[in-house]
Design a protein around this ligand. Structure first.
Ligand code: SF4
Ligand code: SF4
Length: 474
């Protein structure tokens, strides 16, 4: 049994008997629709171009999972730099908190890929094949045996499948780069069956989402919509209906009614099927379709625009709106803290990295020459050119020598290598355990990487300059 009209107690996309009410929102034009189309087109261009635009020899955004490297606008992050992702992700989170506290669900209506692709790509194609909302509903009732349905809906589904495949490939290019993706396509699916399965799976998911699931992703799955009620307050800019001006609603010529003529145009254009006149609701994605729809109606009636508008709940209630509120300072402080750490960390990012681990087994060895500690050194070249590394001891360590890494090591672009390293101190110089600083000089660029290691050994009183017999390791 279908719903007669949207109600606050349950979502419009589910009928009273639990079946799906497939929404067919009407098209709308107006100031906000135009700006949303422009911003949507620019965002799609951004999504497509990022894997193509090279910066410092790599795509502007390239998550090179296979080699555990991430290239972001000219910066290369190795797996060791991943701690920065914490500040990046929390920074994004607090930016979203701040934007939501100020402007409500601006992200959902204007920039979320789900909305951008649904409204500006799939919905456009749907209207191209099936016509406006009324014609789409009529087509719903036509049998699949009819050529019209086969051509219109079948054609639409075919184009949807192609679009889903293209979007999946664009998405995959962020992980394997465009040349590699092109190589996969030329090699055929059997050569790279894991990537092929990923493409098939993702294409099916996208096709299902944009063909059938649609607004339900925003209503039931996306956690951000659920957070909305915690993030906004009565001073947040939201899309709302001015009921003081609009009510009581009724036909334009009736005496004593407000400005709302109960035309239901704001409901017809809503992609989540709600009635904005019932107040702010969790299903509202802030797309502003209802503003444009109502403004068009008001223009035709010669009444002022803004019966449905961007305003705060306080503003709609006729009260003053406070823009500066304590929660904004809290979100801003957390955002600046994260951004500050990120900026300092990014400015200190080195074009290479060095890690040192002590070799398993005895922590030190004492022989007739002196005390030895053994390590495994791992060097990574994060540059797009060969780099030569030279290792030396940078701290005061009398007589200490390096073995195993005494020659400069040249690493190919983005290569990494592990080498054993032995630190050896003669008996005559050994005065006990000590911290030793190792320095690697990278050329070209003359950058330095340093690491401190703890040189282990026995109590010096057990070490004589000339051994009578070799002391055993502990
Ligand atoms: S579009 Fe405007 S006038 Fe028409 S029902 Fe909605 S709020 Fe009322
Ligand atoms: S109520 Fe208005 S702004 Fe909210 S989703 Fe519906 S049409 Fe978009």
């Amino acid at each position: 049994m279908a719903k007669a009209a949207p109600i606050r107690e349950s979502v419009t996309s589910i009928n009273i008997d639990g079946s799906r009410n497939f929404l067919r929102p009407a098209d709308v034009s107006g100031k906000f629709s135009l700006w949303r189309r422009i911003s949507g087109a620019l965002l799609i261009l951004f999504y497509i171009l990022m894997p193509w635009i090279p910066i410092n020899g790599y795509p502007a955004i390239f998550f090179d999972i296979a080699n555990r490297r991430f290239h972001l606008f000219g910066y290369t992050l190795a797996a060791q730099d991943m701690w920065m992702a914490f500040f990046f992700i929390t920074g994004l989170g607090f930016t979203l908190f701040l934007v939501t506290a100020l402007f409500g669900r601006l992200w959902c209506g204007w920039a979320c890929p789900q909305t951008v692709f649904m409204e500006h790509v799939y919905r456009r194609v749907e209207r191209l094949f099936e016509g406006d909302a009324l014609k789409q509903r009529k087509l719903d009732k036509v049998s699949w045996a009819e050529p019209e349905k086969l051509i219109r809906r079948g054609g639409k589904l075919f184009v949807f499948a192609i679009l889903s495949l293209v979007i999946t490939n664009v998405f995959l290019a962020y992980f394997v780069s465009v040349p590699q993706l092109w190589g996969y396509i030329l090699d055929g699916p059997l050569e790279h069956w894991d990537s092929f399965l990923f493409i098939v799976f993702s294409t099916v998911i996208l096709f299902f989402n944009f063909t059938w699931f649609r607004e339900q992703l925003c209503i039931f799955i996306c956690p951000y919509g659920r957070l909305q009620s915690a993030l906004i307050d009565d001073d947040t800019l939201v899309i709302g209906y001015d009921d003081k001006r609009g009510e009581p609603r009724g036909p334009p010529k009736r005496e004593g009614v407000g400005d709302c003529i109960a035309c239901n145009r704001c409901v017809q254009v809503c992609p989540t099927g709600i009635d904005i006149r019932q107040g702010l609701q969790i299903e509202c994605i802030g797309c502003a379709n209802c503003i444009d729809a109502c403004n068009t109606v008001m223009d035709k009636l010669g009444r002022p625009r803004g019966l449905v508008r961007y305003d705060s709940l306080n503003g709609l209630a006729g009260k003053a709106r406070r823009i500066i509120r304590p929660r904004l300072f809290a979100y801003l402080a957390l955002l600046l803290l994260g951004a500050g750490v990120m900026t300092v960390a990014a400015s200190r990012l080195k074009p290479g990295s060095m890690s040192l681990v002590r070799m398993t087994g005895a922590p030190y060895v004492v022989d007739h020459e002196g005390v030895r500690n053994q390590f495994m050194v791992r060097l990574i070249n994060k540059r797009n050119e060969p780099v030569t590394y030279t290792l030396s001891i940078a701290s005061e360590a009398p007589g200490m020598e390096l073995a195993g890494f005494d020659e400069p090591l040249t690493l190919a672009p983005m290569a990494e290598e592990q080498r054993p390293l032995v630190l050896r101190q003669p008996r005559a110089n050994y005065t006990g355990e000590a911290n030793v600083t190792l320095k690697v000089l990278g050329e070209p660029g003359s950058f330095e990487l340093t690491r401190e290691v703890h040189f282990l050994g026995p109590d010096p009183k057990y070490i004589s300059a000339t051994p009578a017999a070799e002391a055993p390791a502990p």
